[in-house]
Design a protein around this ligand. Structure first.
Ligand code: NAD
Length: 275
């Protein structure tokens, strides 16, 4: 069987990890790698894979394009990618922009828009509940060491002031949080897309800076749903304790999860899918 041709957009931590694994994959084959500075690719990736100009992506004949660079890629190229191929958005925080989410949902005519689960546990279950309209509420509480945050504005000021005491930096709707903490909220964005009946405006996100959390990222996912028994509410709570190096944004298990998502981003047809 022909291997699935995958193009990778971005050659940072995740991009390098994916490229290395795709080069030895039996089911997928690398068809291009693009990075905003080509010099970062020279000598590391065979020249035949290097795409200098992302506008020329369609010449590479990718079946799947994977973004692991920055949310801005989806704004500029998401719709164009979906015209030619399946598209996996590694930085789904960008979809917190309402018009962009709508534009991409509408662009999934021939191909699928795939959202990697990343650190989200139970995303498919959340989506099933949304599909059946039984979802009442979803809340993600993410705790990191202060040095693992990449924040903007007021949140950054608040985080920099954390010295010894565990501090809640934000507790509220996911939508405004995504633009203030784009690197730390991809899991919340994935949950908001899975919980499509609630979306970015109703899914709740809480960010906690914990100076004692030197070795782990902790992600708690809470889901509330309707039940068929009067006055009884369905409730699930999972806690994911992911080993992480102090100061790193991405925990170790998330790299493996991402690679599995690339392999799983296949065959679901048009529409938005978790993978
Ligand atoms: N979905 C998830 O759970 C999850 C998990 C980890 C990382 N991510 C996201 O994936 C992306 C890559 O993560 P990473 O750890 O490899 O980051 P990284 O910083 O190591 O690499 C990012 C790469 O993208 C490039 N880049 C940065 N800004 C850019 C821009 N404006 N335009 C084009 N290229 C740009 C950089 O040059 C670099 O090569 C980030 O957006 C990150 O938030 C998502």
């Amino acid at each position: 069987m022909a291997r699935r041709k995958v193009g990778v957009v971005g050659y940072g931590h995740l991009g390098q990890y994916l490229v290395e694994h795709l080069l030895s994959s039996e089911t997928c084959e690398l068809c291009f790698v693009w990075n905003r500075t080509t010099s970062a690719l020279k000598g590391k990736v065979d020249d035949k894979y290097i795409l200098d100009d992302l506008e020329m992506f369609s010449q590479c004949g990718a079946d799947l394009i994977v973004e692991v660079a920055h949310p801005v890629i989806t704004e500029t190229y998401g719709e164009k990618f979906l015209h030619d191929a399946d598209y996996m958005v590694g930085s789904p925080t960008g979809l917190a922009k309402k018009e962009l989410e709508l534009k991409l949902r509408n662009a999934t005519v021939k191909h699928g828009l795939y959202i990697p689960a990343g650190a989200l546990w139970g995303g498919e279950d959340i989506k099933k509940m949304a599909d059946r309209d039984t979802l009442k509420a979803v809340k993600l509480t993410m705790s990191f060491h202060p040095s693992s945050f990449r924040l903007l504005g007021e949140l950054d000021v608040k985080n920099k002031a954390v010295k010894e005491k565990k501090t809640v930096l934000y507790d509220g709707e996911v939508r405004p949080l995504c633009s203030l903490a784009p690197s730390n909220t991809n899991t919340m964005a994935a949950a908001s897309l899975a919980a499509h009946t609630l979306g970015f405006d109703k899914v709740q996100g809480c960010l906690i800076a914990d100076p004692e959390l030197t070795d782990y990222h902790i992600i708690q996912t809470e889901v509330w749903g309707n039940s068929h028994i009067k006055d009884k509410v369905f409730y699930v709570c999972t806690v994911r304790k992911n080993p992480a190096t102090k100061g790193h944004v991405t925990g170790s298990a998330t790299y493996n999860s991402f690679l599995s998502s690339v392999y799983g981003a296949n065959g679901k047809g048009p529409g938005v899918h978790l993978c």
